[in-house]
Design a protein around this ligand. Structure first.
Ligand code: NAD
Length: 336
């Protein structure tokens, strides 16, 4: 049995607690939250689990093999560091840390102490996203041309983070999982509209050397909830709409061919667009967090790096940090 302690039982923590409680070979043993209301909610939902108010007390518990951290971003580094130093395996909520330097320090420390460090890039464990990866691998889409993502809704403002660190983390982690080529630069624009302390509307562009381009629109002030990603390939293009209950992934047999064989002048280039059928592939509908919990447990048991380990966490934080620097420099392109 892997004994797990959870720090943070706010909005997301209960989902982690539920999934760890249901994972085979795992025992959810303790939950820490600074708020009495949240501790009471945890005790009601998970009778028998020890609750405490202090994260340090939980981390110090000898009987725990692993610690799961679901507190606000700015606390991730200190809690993860303390847990790793005590020899615990650690799962940190996204993003891994609030700076690349901190993310790298956690990765190095986990390596030195030979414990597993994993980040909850939830969407990497989502059936639709994994199906898209399989479509890319099978060559169905052909050469990848661009990724265009919109993740907007009204609300859930974070007190200490802007909308990029909160929402774009999801899309950047999806991009990190789907696109093997590594980006070279990031630019970002945004505004703290309506007198907010942090940017709540933002546009992030990620640049690649090979011409592939990725763009992310994140917004906490949108009247409707949109979670839509376009992935353009030369052979086929797809739309991933996470809010669509039945056809989240649609693959369009549409593409473009540019034929230069007849000559080099612009007039002679033959551009042909193909328009064919659309199909909606099936995929595994299991809750992503169940797979997150299982992957964390399996990586501990098998003493191997988890799918979303320190390296993926560091790459995503590096993109977030570059986007933040670009925001402060009026959209200047920041090389990675
Ligand atoms: N993977 C996902 O889809 C997803 C979704 C939402 C949030 N998250 C991540 O989960 C983390 C938490 O976000 P949230 O929305 O649940 O935040 P939240 O504010 O709702 O909950 C955080 C909880 O941590 C507790 N807490 C804070 N500091 C503490 C401390 N020092 N000691 C003990 N308890 C403390 C708070 O009392 C609160 O109950 C963030 O990193 C966020 O990015 C991930």
């Amino acid at each position: 049995m892997i004994k797990v302690g959870l720090i943070g039982y706010g909005y997301w923590g209960p989902n982690l607690a539920r999934n760890f409680a249901e994972t085979e070979g795992v025992c959810l043993a303790a939950i820490a939250d600074a708020h009495p209301d949240r501790r009471a909610a945890a005790a009601r939902r998970h009778p028998g689990v020890t609750t405490c108010d202090d994260a340090a007390d939980l981390i110090a518990r000898e009987e725990l093999d692993a610690v799961v951290i679901a507190t606000p971003i700015e606390t991730h580094y200190a809690f993860a560091r303390a847990a790793i130093e005590r020899g615990k395996h650690v799962l940190v909520e996204k993003p891994l840390a609030s700076s690349k330097a901190h993310a790298e320090a956690l990765g190095a420390l986990a390596h030195a102490r030979d414990v597993r460090l994993m980040v909850d890039h939830t969407f990497v464990y989502n059936g639709a996203v994994r199906r898209i990866r399989a479509l890319i691998d099978s060559g169905d889409l052909g050469e990848l041309l661009y990724l265009d993502s919109v993740r907007v809704n009204l609300g859930l403002l974070q007190q200490h983070a802007n909308v990029i660190w909160d929402l774009a983390t999801h899309d950047l982690s999806i991009m990190d999982y789907l696109i093997d080529v590594r980006p070279v630069a990031v630019s970002a624009d945004g505004t703290a509209a309506a007198g907010f302390d942090h940017e709540n509307v933002a546009y992030v562009t990620v640049h690649f050397d090979n011409g592939f381009l990725a763009h992310f629109h994140v917004n906490w002030l949108a009247p409707v909830k949109i979670r839509r990603m376009l992935l353009g390939g030369r052979q086929r293009m797809l739309v991933y709409d996470d809010t669509d209950p039945s056809e989240k992934v649609r693959v369009y047999d549409k593409g473009v061919d540019v034929d230069m064989r007849n000559g080099e002048t612009r007039r002679q280039i033959l551009v042909s667009y193909r328009t064919g059928d659309m199909y909606a592939p099936t995929f595994d509908r299991q809750e992503a967090l169940a797979l997150v919990a299982r992957e964390f447990a399996d990586s501990i048991r098998q003493r191997r790096p988890p799918l979303t380990g320190a390296a993926a966490g560091i790459r995503v934080v590096a993109l977030l940090e570059a986007a933040e620097r670009s925001l402060r420099a009026r959209g200047q392109r920041i090389e990675l």
